[in-house]
Every structure is written in C-alpha cells, then in structure tokens.
Design a protein around this ligand. Structure first.
Ligand code: ZN
Length: 1031
C-alpha cells in the first residue's frame, strides 16, 4: 500500500497520465480514465466475483502534474488559472463580527467586500448591504477604487497583483457581460440602471418580507425570460429582462446590475416542480423519463424501472457517442441508494424465490432476469438486453408467450415487470457455500478519564438499555436475530462475558494491544433477550467500574481490530458502534500524533490533511470489509482528533461518522441519542457486494461512496444502510443506439439482519440520442451536484484544491457553453443562456465551491473539513441537495391551521427581515433566527417569554408551549428532520448577536464569510468564462 495509500480509490481511478481512454479534458481531476480494464470487459465472475481479498491492490496514486489540466477548456486558451484564490491579505483575513446597523457602511463582514475592484461588483455588494433592514447606507460609500479605468473598452485581463478573494470571480466589466466583441452598450434599453442613488437602489430590491408575506413570488412574472421550456430558458442580461418600471437612472456606463430576483431561483425551480408534479403518482413505465425533483413529494409506482428513490441520474438521455459526451462534458452518472427507505404508501420490494435453481441469469454477462430480457422462439429462449447473448430459458422457468411476444406470466413475476425486486440467494452466493450467521452488534465505549468525567459513559450505558430493545428484526420475526457484545477501552481493552446463565458479567482485560486477541468466545456475543439481566447489570456497572480511572490515553485501531476479530471468530458479519473522544496517542498500532498543520493550507500539500496519517487504517479497513465488519463511529472531540485518520475505517466499511464538538451533556445529549437510536434501528444489509452491469457501448468506470474495491468492478461494502448512496460514473466504450437505449442493472448481494443471503436488483433504462439538445433536456441538476461534489471531494486526496476549484468552474462553463453553441436559438453573444434543466446549476455549483472542504481557509478546523468531506461521499441526492442549498423557511408566515410547510425563501441575508423569524436546516444543523423586531406574540407563542430579550439562546430544543404556534413550529421541525440521516442540532440565533456569524455561513447566495463569491458574482464569472469559450 502506498504512502498516500487511499485504498478506496480503485486502480483505474488513480491518476495515470498517458494511459486511459479519455482525453484529459473530459476526465475529472486529471484522469479517472480507467486504464485498468479494457473496453467492454464484463467479467462473468461468480456471484462473489473476484471479491477475494488480496487480489489486485490499487497502485499508489501518482498525483498528476498540472500539465494534465493544461488542456482543460478555457484554461488551455490562456485563461488565468486562478479563479477561486486563497486567503486575502492579512488585514482582511479574519472577519470579525460586525453588528450591522443601518448606519454601518459595510454590514457584511466579508473579507472580499473591501476588495472589490469594479464598480459593478461594488454595487452588487452594496445591494447586499442595503437590502437588510432599513437600508439607509448610501450605496456610493464603501465602494473602493476608482471605477473609471475598469469600465473602459473591452475586458481587461485580470490583474493578479491587485486581485483579492472574490475579485477574480467578480463580474466582468459591462463589456464583458455583453460578451467580448459586442457593443459596450447594452443591446436594448430595457434597463437604465445606472449609478443609483439610495432610493433607486432600494427600489430595485424586493423589500424584506413582512409578517404574513410569502417571498419568492416576485420571480414568476420574469419566468418568461428563461424562454420556452423546450429550448431551455434564455437568460439574457443585461437588458434581457422585462425590467418592470424604470428602476434606475444614471450614467449609462454603470448600467449593469443584476437584480437577484431576476437570476434563476432554486426556490422557484423547486416550487414549480412541486406545483406540476407534487402529490401525483409517478409511474416508471417509460424509458428515459426524468423523475420529479427530490424536493417534490409524490407516490412512485414501479412499472419496470427502478424508483428514483433508488437510482437518480445526472441525465436520463445519454449521448450516442463519446465525442458528443466530450463535447458536452456533462458527467454521465447514477446516484444509487440501493436500500433507500420507501414510504408506507408505496409497495415494498417483492422477494423472488426460485428455490435451488436460484436466479435466472444471462450466461455471458451474468445479468439477472429483468424486464430488459426479450423472450423469443415461443418462450424457449431469451435475448439479454445487456450483452445481446441469446440464452436458453431453463426448463423450470419456461412459459408460453402471448400474441405480442410477452410471457403469459409477465405480470405475475416481479423480475419480468418491475424495476426493483429481490431474489433469495442460493448457497452458491454465500461465503464458503454455507448460509451466513445473523449479524452481531458490538458496542465499544471509550472509558478514559474525560468520558467518565463528563458523564458520557453513563449516558451511553443508560441509553443502551432502552435502545437494545429495538434491535432491527425481520418483519415476520418476533425478536431480533442480532447478537450483541460489549467492550470498553482506554489504553487497554476490556471484554465482557454476559452469558445468560451468569449472575454477574465477567470482565477480561487484554493489555497486549499490539496483537489483539479475543479472550472469550462463548458468552461474548449473546442474544439480548436471553441475557438481558446480565447486560443491564453490566451497563449499570460500567460507569462505576471506571469512575476512579485517571487514564487519559486511548488506543483506537486495536479497538476496531478487536471487534473485527470477535466477529471473525463468531463467523458472522456485524457492526461496531464505537464511542470515542480523543486522539489515540497510547503506544499501539494506529497511534496518531497531532499533525494539524495550518501552514499546509493553500499549498500543494493541503491534500495531506485529508489523508490518513498512517496506513494502519487502510489495511484495517480492508480486513474489516473482507470480514463483513462495518464500523460506525461516534466522536466527541474537544480538540483535534484527526478525523481524516479515525474516519477512514468507518468510511470504507459503509459505516457512519457522527461528530459532536465539545460535547456538553445538557446541550448535545438529545442530538447524540437521536443519532444512536436511529443508527441502531435503521435498515441495513451486511457483507454486501454491488455490481453494475450496463448494456453494450458504455460501462461504469468510477465509483464514489462508503465502498471498497479490490478490482475494477466489484463494489464491496461491509454493510450498506438505507441512507448510503454510491455514485457511479459511466463512460462510453462504443456507440450507443437510439433505439435500444442505455440499460443499467445494479445488483447487490447481501446478508439481511436475519441472516438470509439475498440479491437486490434495480434496473433502469435511459434514452440515447445523437442530439445534444435531448441530452440537456434530460439533465437533473441535483444529481449533477451530487456527482460533482463526490468527485471533487475524492480528488482532494490527490490534487491541490485550487486545481479542483478551477476544474469545477471550467466544467460548469463548458457544459453551458456547449448548450449555448449547439442547442440554443440564435441570440446576441451577450446573452447568458442556460438550459432549463440546468438553470440553477451555477448557484448550486457556487455552493459546492464555497463548502469548507474546498475552501482553503485556516479559520475552518481541519477535522470539520475532513468530517464534511466524508459525509458528502455517501450522500444520496436529496441529502446533498439540502446540504449544499439549505432550506430557509419564514416561520412568521406560519399558518397554524395548516400542516403545509411555509414556502421556502432563498438563502440570502437580503431575504431576512427584522420583523421575521426564520428556520434554516441543511441536514446537519438547524437554526432558528429571530429578527430584533420579531412579533412579541410569536415569541410568546414559541418560547413562552414576553420579549426578544428574554429568549434564552442556550436551548437546543424548543419548549413545549401549549399553543398552536409552538405546536406547528415543532411539527415543522420534526417534518424537516424526518428521513434525514443525521439529527440536526438546533441553535437559537438572535439578530445582531455573536452566534449569527455561524448562521450567516449558510446564507449561501451571499458572499461567504471566509471567501467564496456570491451567487450573482459567480454567475457573472461563469458567463465570462462561457463568452471566452465561445470566442
Ligand atoms: Zn447478457
């Protein structure tokens, strides 16, 4: 294993300059171009395939040099490489909290706000500033630099010497907005918005919402600007919008102003989809159908393709040729959540049992029987939809065909008529050809001094008594088949014998952490019901047992090793629940040192911070996966604990990482307990291997997720639960035909919680087209962002962040430029034209670029970045959508008589109002923001206190006040929390008080506190890139 040693990366995704099928500009981050397997390779491997450990190991990643990106789009055309630059000069580097008041010039403490070098950008900033509150600040103030030179002539090359964060992504001068070579004046005079005085500037803004007023409606009249749905919207600025009343008057050279209300709004897109497709039945009967958005509630009916709850694609129409794919640069990918939770009003998966015969499979490609198999010759044979091989129908499976060539039992067999179903697997699909044992859960508690002292150990032990009653079980079973075991540790390990016939639990100490062995077999893993009294006895005793311990040091790798060895000895898969708090500094394998080096930030070595500091965890993860041992880690750090190292095994084994910074019993226990309960109870499959099969012409080339790969095709997971998604990228290896389409089959072989071996099959058929317009029409931005995030976050292990950010911007511009060039109807070069399906791609992409993982800033903790990186790697589309673009709800508009959520508003400070109360959620955090003039009756209703000043911001749950406001708000919060994998901690934020800084980071349309441009600025930047590409 190499020093960089990130074994999750399969060999073909490692950078191998010079090999591979794709030209450099198509690949992401240098070259995921799958040199490992030849085109068309479809290993007809056995059920377990080439899964045996010790097979092909990934080559050490060879970090590609910058030359690989030299041909990347605009970059190659001499475009300045650095668009998302690093930290600003010292004096503006650390934003300090600046309470904003009407008299403050720059209320927005962005480091970039002082760095603006164009008048236009300054105006945009000024709009942000003044949009809040009464907006009395004269917009001319705080605008640095003489504007004049920047508005002369054609776009000037950026001047790095004076550029600061934000400035390089600033909107180009007006001429650039018009497109190079076009007239410096706008093509029309729809808008005469010149240098505004205070009043017009405000007039241009949508006023802050008043109580009872719904935001976002201002957008609808302008929708027409995005053009006909078919051709995609055409956003043209300046002057392209129905401008409304003359908003601005002033010198014409300062006309360009982007009204945030006139650029595509994520909220509007979400609401439009809800309005047209919400509450309906969505049947998956046609190929290449684009499903409703993840944010739209509807009932999914499986009619031959997998539900979008299981698979979502970046586009539902693949280009016919790889040339087309390269031209468009739209990633071809599927986000697969094989164990997704299905709502109770939808049909659960059918279970097909062919007895000893097992599933029917194609002889050549081993694809499973599915609706894409074509029966011929009176039903005696069938042609495989994936490899075209003609197979004999096994005698037990024979059935006559009807007059249209369909089997008479078509609708009686799930595998013939449905997109998703399960097979009972035969012994051939089991390890060593024998049925698996039911899985086990092992609870491993760090009992070092601090955990005992702060009460955490007691809390965990108390909770386990309750939660063990709820171990997951098969639906038809009365009790859970899962066995449980207990270990505590500091720098040594304590195993417990909790056999049911014991009066007292027995402890066995293992001090040799260098080579952990399991000191007992009988009595370690037990049935909870049988051993309940001994277990409760143990859980009562543990906090007492270590009450006087002064041990500060802990081990970590030996803990995982011990759990894995115990599962191995019991010959069963399972899950370790580890509750850990500190950097493991005790002398043992996997010992870590504090290597949190902020000096690496913004250098080529920054990637080291995301890599594990020792390869012990790599090989441990590999062993765990080989033995079906999934590791879930609850971390309670009070300082740096090296999440990049500690989190590696959880990530590669399909486990979950939970992190509670500076855990405080009264503030954080609820969040932790919710997570623990949810994690123990969630649906999960063990010892899983996923295999993606495709029809001829394309294949899966790269995989992202909580996975491990020993070869190029078998995606191994020690376990996979209902919240984990694997994102798969596809590439062409031949032409695709429009008539046969592109077919995908995802098969997951796994062990159920009851110990049954099963195959879960998901099938999806996509269209193919030789028209680029078809491709763009069928794109899904939410899935695109999921893909971009995962591929970028994977790349941070090997690439400088600067390069990754550039690639993201370039590819965004490329995708949009290709559309503009090939699909849009002729229009002025000045127009920014966005395909309808991608009109919010820029805003989402900007959110990704501003995420702390990609933002190289010393203010953000290294552990937090590593943590978020890891979370995103396993997210499904709905979770990544919410994570990158949080939900912001005006609570003061609540209708207490309705159960409907208020319409969300855009994540920008300009949308808040001091009379309002807003709830923000991103899947990890929840904030309740209260404006200084929040209505007292609402405050009374929610908090049961008389005024704003009386609100206690220390609470993390709202009090239960017996009135409709309180009830409705708490219900809304629980609806938002539902279906989310992490319990969101609530923070109460009062306007103009310190914690608001944290809250503001989530207002993702604004400039970031730590850098990262505003949506408006980013859109200008993308437009400029597009113009350059089109030139
Ligand atoms: Zn086949």
């Amino acid at each position: 294993m190499s020093q960089q040693g990130y074994v999750a990366t399969p060999p073909y995704s490692q950078s191998q300059p010079g090999i591979g099928l794709s030209p450099p500009h198509y690949g992401h981050y240098g070259d995921p171009s799958h040199a490992g397997s030849p085109p068309g390779m479809m290993k007809p491997a056995g059920p377990l395939g080439a899964a045996a450990p010790g097979g092909m190991l990934p080559q050490g990643p060879s970090p590609p040099g910058p030359h690989q990106f030299g041909q990347n789009g605009a970059h190659a055309q001499g475009h300045p490489p650095q668009r998302f630059p690093g930290p600003p000069p010292v004096n503006s580097a650390t934003p300090s909290y600046a309470p904003y008041s009407p008299s403050t010039q720059s209320s927005y403490p962005s480091p970039a706000s002082t760095a603006s070098v164009t008048q236009l950008a300054s105006q945009l900033n000024a709009m942000h500033i003044n949009s809040y509150g009464s907006g009395m600040a004269p917009p001319g103030q705080g605008l640095p630099g003489p504007p004049a030179p920047l508005f002369q002539g054609l776009p000037r090359p950026p001047q790095p010497s004076i550029m600061q964060p934000g400035s390089q992504v600033l909107p180009p001068p007006p001429t650039a907005l018009n497109g190079p070579g076009s007239s410096p004046l706008p093509p029309s005079t729809h808008r005469q918005d010149g240098l505004p005085g205070p009043a017009p500037l405000n007039a241009q803004y949508q006023p802050p919402p008043l109580p009872g007023q719904t935001l976002g409606t201002g957008y609808s009249p302008q929708q027409a600007s995005y053009g006909p749905q078919m051709a995609g919207g055409q956003l043209s600025y300046p002057g392209g919008f129905p401008g409304g009343p003359a908003q601005m008057a002033g010198p014409p050279q300062l006309q360009k102003k982007l009204d945030p209300d006139s650029i595509p709004s994520p909220i509007q897109v979400i609401e439009n989809d809800r309005a047209t497709r919400g509450g309906q039945v969505y049947a998956t009967n046609s190929r290449g159908q684009v499903p409703p958005l993840v944010t739209t509630d509807c009932v999914i009916q499986d009619q031959g393709n997998a539900s979008p709850r299981y698979i979502r694609c970046t586009t539902y129409c693949f280009p016919c040729t790889s040339d087309m794919a390269k031209q468009a640069q739209i990633p071809l990918a599927a986000v697969i959540k094989p164990f997704a939770t299905i709502p109770s009003n939808e049909t659960p998966l059918y279970l097909v049992n062919h007895g000893e015969n097992g599933p029917v499979r194609c002889n050549r490609c081993k694809a499973y029987m599915c609706p894409f198999m074509q029966f011929i010759e009176g039903g005696r044979r069938y042609q495989c939809g994936f490899c075209n091989c003609v197979n004999d129908v096994p005698p037990f499976y024979f059935q006559h065909l009807d007059h249209i060539g369909r089997r008479l039992d078509h609708y009686e067999k799930p595998e013939l008529s449905l997109g998703s179903y399960e097979y009972v697997a035969t012994l051939d699909y089991c390890r060593k050809n024998k049925p698996p044992n039911p899985p086990a859960f092992i609870f491993m508690i760090d009992v070092s001094y601090s955990n005992i002292k702060n009460g955490l150990v007691k809390l965990i032990c108390e909770e386990l008594k309750t939660v063990l009653e709820k171990l997951p079980k098969e639906e038809q079973e009365e009790t859970s088949a899962i066995r449980v075991g207990f270990i505590t540790y500091n720098k040594v390990l304590h195993f417990f014998n909790v056999k049911s016939n014991l009066a007292q639990p027995q402890m066995m100490v293992v001090t040799d952490v260098g080579e952990v062995f399991v000191p007992l077999l009988d009595g370690f893993l037990v049935n909870y019901q049988e051993s309940q009294s001994v277990i409760h006895n143990l859980l009562d005793q543990i906090p007492e047992m270590f009450a006087d311990s002064n041990e500060n040091e802990t081990v970590f790798a030996p803990v995982i090793q011990a759990g894995m060895e115990a599962l191995k000895a019991a010959d069963c898969p399972g899950k370790l629940f580890i509750f850990h708090s500190s950097l493991p500094t005790a002398e043992a394998p996997g010992k870590l040192k504090n290597r949190d080096d902020k000096k690496l930030i913004n250098t080529d070595k920054e990637k080291i911070l995301f890599q594990p500091q020792t390869n012990v965890y790599d090989s441990l993860a590999k062993d765990c996966v080989a033995h079906g041992c999934c590791v879930t880690l609850f971390l309670f750090p009070s300082q740096y604990v090296d999440v990049a190292s500690l989190g590696l095994v959880p990530q590669l084994t399909g486990g979950t990482l939970y992190k509670y910074n500076n855990f405080q019993m009264h503030m954080d226990s609820q969040q932790f307990l919710n997570d623990l309960r949810n994690d123990i109870e969630k649906k999960i499959g063990f010892d899983a291997i996923m295999r993606i099969r495709t029809s001829t012409g394309f294949r899966a080339t790269d995989f992202f997720g909580g996975i491990f790969m020993n070869n190029t095709t078998d995606v191994e997971m020690a376990a996979i639960d209902c919240d984990k998604a694997v994102t798969v990228e596809f590439k062409h290896d031949d032409k695709l035909a429009e008539d046969s389409g592109a077919l995908i089959q995802c098969a997951v072989l796994y062990t159920t919680i009851g110990g049954q071996r099963r195959l879960r099959i998901h099938n999806l058929s996509l269209n193919c087209s030789s028209q680029l317009a078809d491709l763009y029409k069928s794109c899904e931005t939410d899935a695109l962002i999921n893909f971009f995030a995962k591929s970028a976050f994977k790349a941070v292990l090997h690439q400088p962040l600067k390069v990754i950010r550039e690639i993201l911007v370039n590819q965004t511009a490329h995708m949009l430029a290709c559309y503009r060039k090939n699909c849009a109807s002729p229009s002025a070069a000045s127009q920014l034209i966005l395909p309808d399906s991608m009109k919010i791609l820029p805003v989402y992409m900007n959110c990704l670029l501003k995420n702390c993982v990609l933002l190289s800033r010393p203010e953000i903790s290294t552990d937090e970045r590593a943590y978020q990186r890891q979370l995103v790697m396993t997210m499904g589309v709905a979770d990544s959508q919410l994570f990158f673009y949080p939900q912001l709800l005006p609570i003061h508009t609540l209708d207490v008589k309705s159960t409907a959520l208020p319409t969300a508003i855009r994540c920008s400070e300009s949308r808040l109002s001091e009379e309002g109360i807003f709830l923000l959620a991103n899947g990890l955090n929840m904030f309740l923001w209260l404006g200084v003039s929040s209505p007292p009756e609402l405050i009374q209703g929610i908090f049961n206190v008389p005024s704003f000043a009386h609100i206690n911001t220390d609470m993390t749950t709202l009090p239960e006040v017996g009135n409709p406001y309180s009830q409705t708000l708490r219900m809304i919060m629980s609806i938002i929390q539902q279906k989310r994998p992490y319990s969101m901690k609530l923070t109460i934020v009062k306007q103009r008080e310190q914690p608001e800084m944290v809250f503001r980071q989530f207002l993702v349309e604004d400039k970031g506190l730590y850098g990262g441009s505003s949506y408006v600025d980013f859109l200008c930047c993308v437009h400029k890139e597009i113009c350059q590409l089109l030139n």
